[in-house]
Design a protein around this ligand. Structure first.
Ligand code: ARG
Length: 343
């Protein structure tokens, strides 16, 4: 085990904030049943001092074994305390979300995803190639048995033809090998084997297999009908759950490789055009903070905005229900639109 890592002076990650020499000494020789060590958990944040968070879990056990480090990080990111317990609510009847932009003036598209991992399997950072391949086989076969509007096709990344690839890129469905954060976390191992994409014929329901999490279940469409997107997602999840068991804990909710995704593992987002408000970033940020929202560029995480179009999504995922995550996003987006209109 290497010695206590050094971080640059200007490092702002939650890892460098919460990893004290004392915690390091306490945890440095521990490993989970899958052989995942403290150093495996922190490697991404050590290699990438510009991380916001900087840690990943190899399995459910990582969250208890390395709790002295991970709990304060989870608490700070989600505002979720040790004694709290997580509650799920995937009932669309509990969401109040009439389309905030019925004339399609601001919202370009809506996308809601959840991360899921298979019960009793290591998470991506600690998984073996054989386990990953088995997950691909099991999930893709479960997906191919879906019927009605959920039915579609699975495209394995390995050996993908140029035609299929071009088509998936055009639809913005293809995912690439992970960035340097995921690389250091071990999530790019054996790329591209075991990875792939399923989507339904209408291209509104999508599943990524073995990206950062074993499943990313995605519902998306053009425009701002957030309720319709959420409803479709919940139907898809319950259909998949008929043949697949997901990793879940009463305390942490759905178990994910990155602690930011714990709980609901849900990111509910819109691409929204705010050319006026975005000239005043302080005001824009203040509204987003009020509703616990995150501002991103439209080419994914760590990207810049283009043409006044932003990706707005819920930031909290743990200790709040799925309905709350979507409601936060909905309420914030409604206010953003009304402020933009008034400028
Ligand atoms: N590990 C990266 C960081 O700390 C990403 C964290 C959140 N994003 C994610 N895709 N899990 O900045």
């Amino acid at each position: 085990m290497p010695s206590f890592p050094t971080f640059p002076q200007n490092c702002k990650s939650l890892l460098c904030k919460h990893l004290t020499p004392k915690i390091f000494e306490l945890l440095k020789d521990k490993a989970t049943a899958n052989g995942f060590t403290l150093y495996d958990a922190i490697r991404s944040g050590v290699d990438n001092p510009d991380s916001g968070i900087g840690v990943y879990a190899g399995d459910l056990e990582s969250y208890s074994l390395f709790a002295p480090l991970l709990d304060p990080i989870i608490e700070e990111y989600h505002g979720f305390g040790k004694i709290d317990s997580h509650k799920s609510d995937l009932d669309p009847n509990h969401l109040n979300a009439p389309n905030p932009d019925p004339n399609d003036e601001f919202i370009l598209s809506t996308r809601i995803r959840v991360g899921r991992n298979i019960k009793d399997m290591p998470l991506g950072p600690a998984i073996t190639k054989a386990q990953r391949d088995k997950i691909e086989a099991d999930i893709s076969s479960a997906l191919s048995s879906l019927d009605g509007w959920l039915s579609g096709s699975y495209y394995s990344l390995q050996g993908m033809s140029e035609d299929v690839k071009a088509k998936l890129i055009e639809d913005h469905f293809l995912f690439k090998a992970g960035d340097r954060f995921l690389e250091s976390a071990g999530l790019n191992r054996d790329w591209p084997t075991g990875r792939g994409i399923f989507h339904n014929d209408e291209k509104t329901f999508l599943v990524w297999i073995n990206e950062e999490d074993q499943l990313r279940i995605i519902s998306m469409q053009m425009g701002g009908d957030i309720l319709e997107v959420f409803t479709r997602l919940t139907v898809a999840i319950s259909q998949i759950e008929k043949s697949v068991s997901f990793a879940y804990s009463d305390h942490l909710g759905y178990i994910t490789s990155c602690p930011t995704n714990l709980g609901t593992a849900m990111r509910a987002s819109v691409h929204i055009k705010l050319p006026k408000l975005s000239k005043n970033m302080d005001k824009f940020q203040t509204i987003c903070d009020k509703y616990h929202l995150q501002i991103r560029g439209i080419h994914g995480e760590h990207s810049e905005s283009e043409g006044g179009v932003y990706d707005i999504s819920n930031k909290r995922r743990l200790g709040v229900t799925e309905v709350r995550c979507v409601q936060d996003m909905y309420d914030g987006v409604t206010e953003l639109i009304s402020v933009e209109k008034g400028l």
